[in-house]
Design a protein around this ligand. Structure first.
Ligand code: B1M
Length: 210
């Protein structure tokens, strides 16, 4: 019998091979892909998120767990698509124009994926026009922006404004070391998250999937 608890454990410890093996075994046994995702993988990533928030684990452990999650998703994604399972929502994610830092942004993307959201990562140094275009094209419900420099934070204002001006109805979330809740309030962003795990909670709350 597929052991989803064991799958969660393997994910938490970042055992990529075991995660792939247990995911494949569960698929072969006919366990519903959404059950594998939620009770095995997302459950494991939730534990990672809580431990990361509590400073019980650090960036390397999160990256290792996320890599294990990726190996499972490669198996599960086609099965989910065949079963017609939709993600809880779609997020367009990028680091703002002028800013090349992507480690935090990548962590946010991995945690969002781990939380059952579809992530369209549009990279680093992304101008407001690209955020608008990708959001329109994908129909994403969330636009997530990362900035690590005080000099690039104002780009977030531009993007929030450009999205509003274009009539796109997506909610915006901002984050990154120099970004604060009061800055989010000031520029009219819908949400702020101090870390990658919180970004998942905020995204889900904003689209009513919490
Ligand atoms: Co740069 N850098 N850097 N850097 N760099 C900082 C940010 C800096 C604080 C270092 C310092 O001076 N003490 C400083 C910024 C000062 C400021 O503006 N206040 C700085 C500077 C000045 C620069 C350059 C200008 C240096 C130069 O060339 N003179 C230059 C700028 C280049 C550019 O972007 N145009 C530069 C370049 C670089 C490297 C390329 C060498 C490299 C980036 C490599 C890469 O990302 N691929 C780099 C690095 C590594 C850093 C530090 C050391 C580490 C950043 C990091 O990855 N942290 C950083 C100093 C530091 O933070 N200690 C520094 C780990 C990561 C997990 O954390 O990204 O904060 P972080 O993400 C967190 C949260 O912030 C949050 O979640 C993550 C984890 O939970 N989060 C979000 C992030 N995005 C989010 C989005 C959300 C929600 C949460 O919602 C959408």
């Amino acid at each position: 019998m597929a052991d989803l608890e064991q799958l969660s454990e393997a994910l938490i410890t970042g055992d990529r091979n075991k995660v792939a093996e247990l995911t494949q075994a569960a698929v072969d046994e006919g366990v519903a892909p959404q059950t594998i995702l939620e009770e095995g993988l997302v459950a494991g990533m939730n534990v990672i998120g809580v431990r990361f928030k509590n400073n019980e684990i650090y960036v390397p452990e999160v990256l290792i767990a996320a890599r294990a999650m990726k190996s499972a998703m490669e198996i599960l994604e086609p099965v989910l698509a065949d079963a017609g399972v939709q993600p809880a929502g779609t997020v367009v994610l990028g680091t703002v124009k002028g800013d090349l830092h992507d480690i935090g942004k990548n962590l946010v993307g991995m945690m969002l994926t781990g939380g059952g959201l579809k992530v369209i990562d549009i990279g680093i140094d992304v101008a407001s026009e690209q955020f608008v275009e990708q959001t329109k094209e994908s129909g994403a419900q969330i636009v997530a922006m990362s900035a690590l420099l005080t000099t690039t934070m104002p780009q977030m204002t531009e993007i929030v404004k450009a999205l509003k001006d274009s009539g796109v109805e997506a909610k915006t979330i901002i984050g990154g070391a120099p970004v604060t809740q009061s800055y989010a309030d000031e520029i009219g962003a819908d949400g702020y998250a101090a870390d990658a795990a919180t970004a998942v909670d905020v995204a889900k709350e904003l689209i009513g999937a919490a």
